[in-house]
Every structure is written in C-alpha cells, then in structure tokens.
Design a protein around this ligand. Structure first.
Ligand SMILES: Cc1ncc(COP(=O)(O)O)c(C=O)c1O
Length: 429
C-alpha cells in the first residue's frame, strides 16, 4: 500500500475520535532503537516513543529476541495455569516496586490497571469515594474517564458518581493564583477541603499521577506528595500512584516517579513503558491489601507468557544498561539545553518535568500566558519536516511532550535540540 492508501483506509475504517498527529498523518513503517521510518522511507529521531512506551528503543533485539522465542514455545494459557514467565515478572516487580508492594494483578492496559486499583481500594476500605486531580488522565473506560480531569476526554455521558477532583499542583498556572514557595503548597490542602466538603469524609482512595502526563508533564513541588499522602491517611484512604507514564525509570534514578517524592503508595498502577510496546498493565499492592479482594477476577490476556517475557526483558535491559542513571544524567543535560532554548524563544513559557520526561509549555505572551496551541501545531509540522517526532499535551493543547527512549545518548539530545531549534525558528508567531 502507498502512504495515501493507508491514510484513506484509516479514515474509512477506524473511529475518527482516535486522532492522528499532523495534517497529513505520518504512516509509520518500521522502527529501530531511537529511530522511526515512515512508509516513504523518511527517517525520524523519535522523541515521543509511542507515548512513553518505547523504554529501550524500537524493536530492541534484547526484547524482541525473547518475545520471538516465547511465541514459538508457548503463547497463551490464560491465568488458569501458573507459568514461569508470569511468576518471574511478578517476583521482579515485588523487588523493584517501592516498600511493601508485593503482589501483582496483570492486565492489558493502564486503564484496566486503574480500574482494578479502584475496585480493590473499595473492597479493602469498605468505602466508595475516590479523589482524583484536575488535569489528570486515567484511561479510556467509564471509571477511568470519570477519574480524568480534562473535559475533552470525559465526553459522552461519563458519570462521576463517587469520584471528585481536587486542584492540581500546576505551579505555572496556579489554580489559586499564588506563587511557590510563598504559597505554602496551598493546593495540597485542597485535597483535604475536597474530602471534607465533597465526600462523606471516608474515602476509599486518592488516585493520581506523580507527574501529570496527558495534562502536560505538570510536576508538583517537592513537598506536595508527602502533604497529600498524610491527608489521605488522615481520612483512612489508600494512596494509588498511577505510574503509567512515570514508571520504569522515566523520571531518572528511581524506578517509579512517586519515589522522587519519597512516598510509598498503597497501590501502584503501571503499563506503557513496562514492556517496550507489548500490551501489559499491572496493579501492584501489599499482600494484606491483595488478600481483601472479594470474589473472583480474571484478565484473560493479562500477563500472558509473551507479554510477561517482554516486560521481564525490558526490565533486564534497564538494569543491565543502567538506564535509571542514563535517564537522570542525559535527562539533566537535555533539561539544560531546553532551558537554553527557552532563553532564545519567548514562545517557551515553561520548561518542566524530570529525567527523560520533559515538557515545554508554549504561550503567546509570557505575561498573559495565553496558550499557544496553533503555534504548537506549527512546531509539530516543522519538526516532522525536519526529522524529529515530538508529542503534544496539556488541557489547552499547548505543551510539547518530549519522552525519548531511556537509552538515548547525549549526542541524540544534541541532534534533537538542533532540530527543535531549527523548527522553533520556522514557527510564525
Ligand atoms: C497516566 C495514565 N494512566 C492511564 C492511562 C491509560 O492507559 P492505556 O491507554 O494503556 O489504557 C494512560 C494513557 O495514556 C496514562 O497516561
């Protein structure tokens, strides 16, 4: 098929709500480590990574080799029979997830991981209500959409029964109009106010992303998560960290984002970067909490031998190649270079994120902070033309999301910065 044929069939046979990037969507053909090629043979440096999912490079042979071997050996049994692949993965998760988290429930996606977390929290506490954050994103099912705090992802009769939202720690656009650190992190107190005024005072859980991903890499101040954790505990709720984007070393040095704030969640959910593109999600919790699950549950494909092997192999590459360290050092270098770009282009209002999860919030004017969504659309088109893939996020569609594989080098960052610089210089403001 030609690129145009693929685009035409995509339009004809897939739901249009699942939007593509670019005016003329890029038809992906093949990938190799940090590069992606389109069907016309053009090569791109990929700083999106399948939305923070390609942790160790496209088609990394250390992962695909193990997937291929497993496909030939045993592809699927359901969870009716234990197998080596699933227990090896679960054991590894027990070792690398924070604190007392020991037991996993495997699914196919982040959405299901969050569904299972909320279900478990309700059973464990006997309470029903859940507090989430504005600007958060939790997935595509009805409960996940109800947890989500952005209108475009909540349309079509989403019922938020028993779910309520607190202010998010969005320092660049403080919902309270205050400035850090003089604010005393007042937004954290809003979680308590919400529990006191919008719930029965007894919550099953608080669920949030350590860094809001789809929201535009919104990164809380250092004190925030400990303050929120203490409030959640005061009201006997469970703290659920949604690590779908921030997991697997993405934020540098630590396996999971919440560890950067030294908080130990009761339940951790994850997916995306866990298996370098193979569809797997996990809800990990303590042995005591896992024991409180009532009745039966199953996920037919969850953690099947092939995806379990893919996840285990991805973790192995992260360990062997010291990618937690790489994400930290190359991420710090990347951040410095992005801040230099900010000095050059007034369009860049804010640079934020951690490790290899960096965002640029674009504004028409640094004083008014009017979101520059059209300019970001232009920047994306220019970057694509110049051979660099970048992502988009934020409630206002004005945040550049940069999330390359964790095994990129400083030279890749230099190349990305050169291409970004060129692309910014071509944006008409
Ligand atoms: C933080 C977060 N949670 C949950 C999800 C849902 O994951 P999935 O698309 O695998 O269902 C996403 C997806 O983008 C996410 O970013």
């Amino acid at each position: 098929m030609s690129s145009n044929e693929v685009r035409d069939k995509h339009k004809k046979y897939l739901w249009p709500a699942v939007a593509n990037y670019y005016q003329q969507p890029l038809v992906a053909d093949r990938g190799q480590m940090q590069y992606l090629w389109d069907l016309d043979g053009k090569r791109y440096l990929d700083f999106v990574g399948g939305i923070l999912t390609i942790s160790v490079g496209h088609c990394n042979p250390k992962v695909t080799g193990k997937i291929k071997a497993q496909v030939d050996k045993l592809q699927h049994t359901s969870t009716l029979y234990p197998n080596e692949a699933i227990v090896a993965l679960a054991e590894k998760l027990a070792q690398i997830t924070p604190g007392r988290l020991q037991k996993s429930f495997f699914t196919n996606s982040g959405t299901e991981a969050n569904e299972a977390a909320v279900m478990l929290a309700r059973m464990a506490t006997g309470s029903f209500e859940v507090v989430a954050l504005r600007h958060g994103y939790s997935g595509s099912s009805l409960i996940a959409k109800a947890l989500t705090g952005q209108a475009p992802w909540r349309r079509g009769g989403v019922v938020s029964f028993g779910i309520t939202h607190a202010m998010n720690p969005y320092c660049y656009r403080c919902p309270l109009g205050m400035t850090y650190p003089d604010c005393g992190v007042a937004c954290a107190q809003d979680v308590e106010a919400v529990i006191q005024t919008c719930t029965s005072g007894r919550i099953a859980a608080f669920l949030a992303e350590p860094i809001q991903g789809v929201g535009g890499f919104i990164t809380p101040p250092p004190e925030y998560w400990k303050m929120v954790f203490n409030i959640v505990k005061k009201y006997d709720g469970l703290f659920i960290a949604d690590e779908v984007q921030t997991g697997w070393g993405r934020t540098g040095k630590k396996w999971f984002g919440i560890e950067q704030w030294e908080v130990e969640p009761d339940i951790l959910t994850t997916a995306k970067g866990m298996a370098n593109g193979a569809p797997v999600g996990a809800t990990v919790t303590t042995a005591e909490l896992a024991d409180t699950f009532q009745g039966l549950t199953i996920s037919t494909f969850g953690g099947n031998p092939v995806t379990a092997v893919a996840a285990r192999a991805t973790i192995e590459v992260i360990e062997e190649e010291k990618l937690l360290e790489n994400a930290h050092t190359v991420g710090a270098y990347f951040r410095k270079k992005l801040e230099e770009l900010q000095q050059k282009y007034p369009l860049i209002g804010d640079v934020r994120g951690m490790g290899l999860m960096q965002g640029l919030e674009l504004v028409k004017d640094r004083k008014s902070k009017e979101p520059a969504a059209a300019e970001l659309t232009q920047l994306m088109e220019r970057s694509r033309e110049n051979g660099l893939l970048i992502g988009k996020g934020g409630l206002f569609g004005n945040v550049v999301r940069l999330s390359p594989p964790l095994n990129i080098s400083q030279a890749d960052v230099d190349e990305a910065i050169r291409l970004l610089d060129k692309s910014f210089s071509e944006v008409r403001t």
